[in-house]
Design a protein around this ligand. Structure first.
Ligand SMILES: [Fe+2]
Length: 157
């Protein structure tokens, strides 16, 4: 059984890197969607949502970098073109969203998708004894579950 530079099974690390690349692609598309919401939102909640969506795209951008660098740490190359991201992202591109509630519904769906992807990766990472990836996924899941609660509360649900 061969191991990589950080002592993980080579085949497991490759499988994890593949899953993390799909997650990276989803984060990149979600990031660009969030910028669109930030720019295009209209209505009486503009000031509040404009700021909230800026916070959202900043946190997504940070995760883009963390996930990409985790892939490198596992010994693999992160995807780095929008052409590839759009092909494998589990989140679809959203354009021309001007209504706050519509944007928040898209955000909720995107978080639910990401949380699912991350739970699958968490299981895979645990099976591979990859504590680094497990911890990263746990942090993201916990943080985003709370975001889901808050966005749903904003909608009055
Ligand atoms: Fe801005």
């Amino acid at each position: 059984m061969s191991t990589n530079a950080i002592g993980l099974n080579t085949a497991s690390a490759e499988r994890l890197a593949g899953g993390l690349n799909e997650l990276l692609a989803s984060y990149q598309v979600f990031y660009m969607n969030a910028r669109g919401y930030h720019w295009n939102i209209k209505g009486e909640n503009f000031f509040e949502l404009h700021v909230k969506f800026e916070e959202l795209y900043n946190t997504l951008l940070m995760k883009v970098d963390e996930v990409a660098e985790r892939i490198q740490t596992l010994g693999h190359q992160p995807l780095h073109s929008y052409g590839e991201y759009v092909k494998i992202s589990t989140i679809q591109e959203q354009t021309n969203v001007t209504d706050g509630r519509t944007a928040i519904n898209h955000i909720l769906e995107s978080y639910q998708t990401l949380i699912g992807q991350q739970r699958t990766l968490l299981t895979l990472a645990s099976e591979a004894n990859d504590e680094g990836t497990s911890a990263l996924m746990s942090d993201y899941i916990r943080e985003q579950e709370k975001e889901v609660w808050m966005y749903r509360s904003y909608l009055g649900e």
